[in-house]
Design a protein around this ligand. Structure first.
Ligand code: SAM
Length: 429
């Protein structure tokens, strides 16, 4: 299998472009993004997403003779074909991979148990627009799921909506829209980007033209009409359809105010409904100009929103007691006073003495200390000192439930400007 190299400059992409192991012109089995069938078994020539880690999800078309290299080693495609979607596939790592892992873990200050490092896992997943957003080859900045889900809901996009999108870019949002709407008209003025997006839509069974040509049977999923067009200069009308009758418009362009007047042309927007627009702009000056253009062209109900999506991860944190902190501080003071060599000897002697007396301590008293963290039954552990490595949630210790917030926001934050327009006040709604 050859790799399709990313030919495009990535404009400030927050994640590196992943390796896409799909031949340029190969057509996987149709329906990879359609989830209506009960058949959950991975087949040869299926387009699958291989989950290696949170930041490494790889699109892959499976072939009998195919191989996939990962940090855990090489997986043969035949190890994946025949499994159920969602399956975890494991691999023993060779000593080189284990050592590489060890170095990496040392750098991050994490010490892992020996045998935990020797097994690597991947998961085989069915593509969804959300997973595609995390795994697609970036040709431009993209719209992430935090924004796209809000945009879809806010513009009330449903299975009866015709949606206009400019520009197509990497096709991240196009996949989301395609799943929710009746027909998507998407426009891209960069020819190579348009061709690349068109190829992906074809490989994913989403092109309307392929339905018209009889190559795809499912009219509901093959609903994208992609156009090579500068919407600011040449507007939105297309040859394939006389009246677009758009119900929702999404503009992710450097100058949306130049495209907004072109929406007034007859046949572009639905005259019998309330039509919604959203403009995605990274800077406030652009928002300003967009609002001006919207007002001049009869749009109302203008609102600007910024999405700051973050994941919250549920974790357990060990409950620590003041006695333990006091113990660490007094030990530090003692070490300073007697010197580290004498302190070690002193500590060893004390430990031997304590170990002797531990056997004489009443069992219930021992258990009480154990539960309050300070000193487990048979090991000396102080949660403030350099203690043992304790597994999160270990039932022998006390834990409180906490949340950890992602440090980085996984989206290119932009301002979303929404507006509505009613052409015909006596509309039939
Ligand atoms: C930021 S990208 C869009 C990313 C897309 N929303 C996604 O989620 O993948 C903007 C795209 O608009 C295209 N573009 C800019 N001006 C345009 C115009 N006047 N007409 C059509 N496309 C345009 C650019 O070539 C670029 O690919």
């Amino acid at each position: 299998m050859s790799e399709v190299k990313n030919e495009f400059h990535v404009e400030g992409s927050p994640t590196p472009a992943p390796v896409v192991e799909i031949e340029k012109n190969e057509l996987p089995n149709p329906g990879s993004f359609v989830h209506t069938s009960d058949d959950n078994i991975v087949k040869e020539n299926d387009l699958v997403l291989i989950y290696i880690s949170k930041t490494n999800i790889r699109p892959l078309v499976l072939h009998k003779e195919g191989r996939m290299n990962t940090k855990y080693g090489t997986f043969l495609h035949t190890e994946i074909i025949g499994k159920e979607y969602g399956s975890q596939i494991g691999k023993y790592m060779n000593s080189n991979q284990v050592n590489r892992g060890r170095k990496h873990q040392k750098k991050n200050g994490v010490q892992e148990e020996e045998d935990e490092k020797k097994f690597g896992f991947i998961h085989v997943l069915k593509p969804t627009p959300e997973l595609w957003t995390l795994s697609l080859p970036h040709r431009t900045q993209i719209v992430y799921t935090f924004d796209s889900s809000y945009i879809t809901e806010r513009m009330q996009i449903n299975s009866l909506s015709n949606v206009l999108e400019a520009g197509t870019g990497s096709g991240s949002l196009s996949h989301q829209f395609s799943r929710s709407c009746k027909r998507l008209f998407t426009y891209e003025f960069h020819e190579v980007r348009k061709q690349q997006a068109e190829l992906e839509f074809r490989q994913h069974g989403l092109l309307y033209q392929d339905y018209l040509d009889g190559k795809i049977k499912d009219k509901n999923s093959a609903n994208i009409i992609i156009n090579h067009r500068d919407v600011c200069k040449d507007g939105f009308l297309v040859e394939q359809v006389e009246n677009i009758n758009g119900d929702a418009v999404f503009l992710d362009l450097p100058a949306p105010w130049e495209a907004i007047p072109n929406l007034n042309k007859p046949g572009v927007l639905n005259q019998n409904k309330q039509v919604r627009i959203c403009c995605f702009s990274p800077c406030f000056e652009q928002v300003d100009k967009t609002i001006e253009a919207l007002e001049e062209n009869g749009w109302g109900g203008i609102e600007m929103v910024e999405i700051q999506g973050r994941n919250f991860e549920g974790r357990k944190r060990m409950v620590k007691y003041i006695d333990d902190a006091v113990k660490v501080l007094s030990e530090q003071k003692e070490r300073r006073n007697v010197g580290s060599v004498n302190f070690k000897k002193l500590k060893k002697a004390r430990q031997e003495l304590e170990n002797k007396s531990v056997t004489e301590i009443d069992e219930s008293n021992d258990l009480k200390r154990f539960k309050t963290n300070s000193t487990p039954k048979d090991e000396k552990f102080n949660p403030f000192g350099k203690g043992l490595r304790i597994k999160e949630g270990d039932a022998n210790y006390e834990w409180s439930n906490v949340t950890k917030i992602e440090s980085e926001i996984k989206s290119h934050t932009s301002y979303l400007t929404f507006a509505v327009k009613i052409f015909n006040i006596d509309r039939q709604e």
